[in-house]
Design a protein around this ligand. Sequence first.
Ligand code: FE
Length: 287
Amino acid sequence: MTQPLMRRTIASIINAINTSDGAGVRLRRSLGSGEGTRLDPFLMLDEFSSENPGDYIAGFPSHPHRGFETVTYILDGHMRHEDHLGNQGDLKSGGVQWMTAGRGIIHSEMPQQEEGRMRGFQLWINLPAKEKMKPAGYRDITPEEIPVHNLSGGGQIKIIAGSLQTADQLFQGPIAGLTTEPIYLDVSLPAESSFSHPVAAGMNAMAYVFEGSVQIDETSIPAHTAAIFSDGGYVTLQAGAEGTRFLLLAGRPINEPIAQYGPFVMNTAAEIEQAVRDYQSGRLTTI
Ligand code: FE
């Protein structure tokens, strides 16, 4: 006998707070905005969106990371990436950079446009202890590499990580094979249509609404809000009266202790002290 799949309900809601980071980039932070706002394996989710270059042009000058992954998804605008190893990348509208900081990276992330809207997301995904010190690596994903499923009633789904099975087609996102088994979908829905997606039991899942609103059960989730799902086998979200656009994120929890100091995320305080010493002595990336 197999159990019927359970629909996931809402376990909690996190309203994004306005903050700034880097050299003064204004952003909305949901995950990682305070005590109890992580969702294992996700550490932080920032949404940046502004028409005003003063809110973003200073960018994120040279800074380190160790022990996790950063996923940058640009909806509008143009970001240039450079690291201490001489790697360079241009992240354009619709593109994704999936960076594994591993044992260490020192990089800058700088907006290139001087006018117009800059909009996108940065998600931090933790690494298990045994992968925290692996060499740094990148996946630069162009918009063309991201499968798009157009819904018959309007709307579309972009599959950045994980897969989407429709009645007659399997869409496989460009990111696969990670220990945390991430699902990262960008879902646009017209008014009052709904979307269901399987998320295996034991995975953590959330939706981050960034346009319009969604209804989950009887609860309306407005824009700039994260809805954390309970455990179960699938999620169902219904668009509000103005339609909606949201990220559906899910991942396999790591279930290890977290010690974080800014851009270093390890398991113990001693490992954080080591990371700070390594950075100060210029050995962050070479140990
Ligand atoms: Fe960074």
